[in-house]
Design a protein around this ligand. Structure first.
Ligand code: SF4
Length: 362
């Protein structure tokens, strides 16, 4: 089977809406052709800089404009990150993903610190991923040189529904950052969130946007919204498990080689529900009791589930070899101090405005 890149919404909807058993069977068959069905990648997500973000993503408790209960923190130190990475490694994680609540990366001291974190974790023989917001081509090269394995930049939803969730940047900015990452040897991790009030067509639209990238992302996280009080999406009802399984299965079929990650929302799923997702092609999870700021199952619970299902954690660098780390003094790429003009569409989203108003009142 070769990877198809010209998917249409109609084709993806036809897959998503198949009778459930047929969909599961097809997805599991594709999964077995490309992956070991009993191996699941375990990643640990570290929030290296929490809260105070200037963006208005309707699902996110880290946006400064909404009033949520999260505790913000400044950029963590390199040694603190190293200690957490070692703990993650000891509990079975092969990848550390570092997230900073930034609109985009700015050249300067903090970025240099992140580059040092990347070098440090790569030397621990773990895959290093970052999610830092929008990125220029030069910054992508600098991360690659430091030994970054993957860069996460989610498309979140379809291009149409994106405008209903975020007003402070455009969908095309996301694609531009992904394109910048593609100019390096860093792999791309990009997915989205379901349960934000989008239609099935929007879900298919997001998968079209991802599956028509060439190459397709090496990793696609599928998140179920965790509705947090104070955010514009606080009243969204949790999605039924069937939707999650359908989304995972469809992602597996249209992006056969990618690692499909069962991400946020696992605390709302039963083990049986998660097992169905693994059968349908999910082969990656986040471990640790927190996903940035929202709850996640405890790592021991996950290991018990792995035991019950006979799953094994994936070793690092099985899909691609470990990148080399270039020390800062030997670096070919230097900070350019660029000030790129990322778009600010600035349209108004009523529920985002309401949440901002409520926060002001508090
Ligand atoms: S999702 Fe990221 S960019 Fe959006 S508000 Fe949260 S931290 Fe900021």
């Amino acid at each position: 089977m070769t990877t198809k890149h010209n998917w249409t919404i109609e084709e993806i909807l036809d897959i998503y809406n198949k009778p459930f058993m047929d969909l599961l069977y097809e997805a599991a068959t594709v999964h077995r052709e490309f992956h070991d069905p009993n191996t699941v990648q375990v990643s640990t997500l570290l929030s290296i800089k929490t809260g105070g973000c200037p963006e208005d993503c309707g699902y996110c408790p880290q946006a400064a404009r909404y009033h949520t209960d999260i505790e913000g923190n400044d950029l963590m130190g390199v040694q603190q990150v190293k200690a957490q990475a070692l703990r993650a490694k000891a509990s079975g994680s092969s990848r550390v993903c570092m997230g900073a609540a930034w609109r985009n990366v700015k050249d300067g001291e903090e970025f240099e610190q992140v580059l040092e974190m990347v070098r440090t974790i790569n030397k621990l023989e773990m895959e290093v991923c970052c999610t830092l917001g929008m990125l220029t081509e030069n910054q992508a090269h600098r991360l690659a040189e430091a030994g970054l394995y993957a860069y996460n930049h989610n498309l979140d939803s379809s291009e149409e529904y994106y405008k209903e969730v975020i007003s402070t940047r455009g969908f095309e900015d996301r694609l531009k950052t992904i394109d910048n990452v593609r100019k390096t040897n860093v792999t791309v991790c990009s997915g989205g969130i379901i349960g934000m009030g989008e239609s099935t067509k929007d879900r298919a639209g997001m998968l079209v946007a991802l599956a028509t990238l060439n190459p397709q992302p090496e990793s696609v996280p599928i998140n179920a919204l965790v509705a947090v009080d104070g955010t514009p999406l606080e009243d969204q009802e949790p999605i039924p498990i069937w939707d999650m399984v359908r989304m995972v299965a469809t992602t597996r079929i249209v992006m056969p080689q990618t690692q499909v990650r069962l991400s946020a929302g696992r605390t709302q799923m039963s083990r049986e529900g998660q097992a169905m997702c693994f059968f349908a092609g999910a082969n990656s999870i986040f471990a640790g009791d927190k996903l940035l700021t929202t709850p996640n199952p405890d790592v021991n619970e996950d290991m018990e589930m792995f035991k019950a299902l006979g799953l094994n954690p994936q070793k690092p660098f099985v899909k691609k070899s470990q990148p080399e780390t270039v020390e800062s003094q030997d670096s070919k790429y230097q900070a350019l101090g660029e000030k790129p003009k990322w778009s600010r569409p600035g349209h108004k989203i009523e529920r985002n405005e309401e949440a901002k108003g409520k926060a002001k009142a508090v």
